[in-house]
Design a protein around this ligand. Sequence first.
Ligand code: ZN
Length: 602
Amino acid sequence: MVAAHHYQIWPRDPGAHLFVVQVTVSNPDPDGQVFAMPAWIPGSYMIRDYAKHVVAVRAEADGREVAIEKLDKSRWRAAPTDRELKFTLEIFAHDESVRGAHLDVTHAFFNGTCVFPQVTGQEHKTCRLEIHPPEAPLGKHWRVATSMRRDGAEQYGFGRYIAHDYAELIDHPVEIGLLSIGEFEAAGVPHAIAIRGNTRVDMARLCHDLQTICEHHLGFLGVPADLDRYLFLLNAPGSGYGGLEHRWSSSLICGRDNLPARGDEGVSDEYRTFLGLVSHEYFHLWNVKRMKPAVFTPYDLAQETYTGLLWVFEGVTSYYDDLALLRSGLITIESYLELLGKTITRVMRAGGRHRQSVEESSFDAWTKFYKQDANAPNAIVSYYAKGALIALCLDLKLRAETEGGKSLDDVMQAAWREWGETGVGMPEGGFEELAAEISGVDLADFFDATVRGTGELPLESLLKSHGIAYHLRQSSGGQDNGGKPSTDDNLPTVWLGANLGTRNGATVFLSVNNDGPAERAGVSPGDELVALDGLRINMAGCEARTRRYHPGDKSEVTVFRGDELMSMKLKWLEAPADTCYLEVQSEVAGDIELRRKSWLGQ
Ligand SMILES: [Zn+2]
């Protein structure tokens, strides 16, 4: 029996945002124990170098200081000792995202990747964690929410917790503060949601809706053998949005007013977005947390890990997140088609889909999708949005070609049996092979075109074969994200070919579309728009004014580039039909109607 590592964390100085963390190692490496902080957190594919927030380190054995050598940006080595070694860090925590750690006088939140050093070479050992309260009087009513197994701590209390190994230790984010907690069961498994923030939410309704989503997914892919609990951690500030998946929990952020209050009925657009986020992160407990790319088994948290498969893990998850809301009865068909229309619009508006495939986008996530610059709309495609549409096309193609015999549901269930239940990583290309094998359909050309190609997806014909009409129209302006027919009887016929935004009160070109009117005129990202045809203009005014021009008309655009005033000649071009909406076709043949019902679970 090897002794466990003993980790402790103190919210030492909330005013200065400092955690103190200590790990005690019973049998340190005789050559000098190495400690390492992760460079990234699973689920967010960017190098974040969490060691950069470490402000002090110290090591001791038998009460005597042990020398430490810094090996590189993320690692330290303590001098050799045959005694029990204590390694202590002070860590600055002021990142309120789901990927970070945050401490102030109102709460504490941390991901293990941000605060717990890895005991290199002994990662397989059990990790005990002791969570200490802040110094009184702070934290008198604070509670602790985490999916980590208790090892002496009371429920929602400070004290001792335990994880099987280091990988598990860092997969349980912890929220500590004034929490509202709701509990429910799904398929017999205890679930909870812990909310930070003064939300005045209708907790009974929230738990009911979450239970509906969880039971739907549990019914689809089955209860994983080790899923004996699940926790949603929700931070609900004034505004914000984000989520990160874990095996037994997820961290979510949404605006507090997006949650339903008591007496609210119906599903607002904002609450629908939140339910989609819940559905998305929960689906990940199968798709990417237990079934994952082979290169992630195990994770190498010291450096980038490349895979062309993120479109499967994020795209397929993004397809099922909203579809589950419809299939479980939380939203209507019209509402679902609106969401789908918006996703199609998002993809249609990014010219980068003609430059980059989703396989390339997955591979280069580290430097492109997660590090977007002003050229991103021209250069990259989202493996989330286009990945979701590839999943849709695959689902509909299988349903059509097997006459309803097989669907993406069958492929996902088979994938779960093959790589999820076994824990064997999915090889690159494995998903495509399995889809062909399960369905008996030759999918080689389909995957070459959609996953490795950059052409348009066969959405219109596939949707039509399922009784859904596909329409494209021109955009009515910056607030128009698609999904609905236009109510505007005077849609602009021309466009600038640029994304405008407001910075410090100024109207700025955030990005400029390749080969659009603005780029041809000489406008650069970052230019401040000052006037159009000699008249001062702002963002709203520009949209209104655009309606007065027609294709071929010429204008003078005046911008500040830095402090230089510049005027450019712009020729207006016809606005592209890049805005999608979908409709249920009312009169369709019986077999098409059956197919539609089977797909949408009606
Ligand atoms: Zn995701």
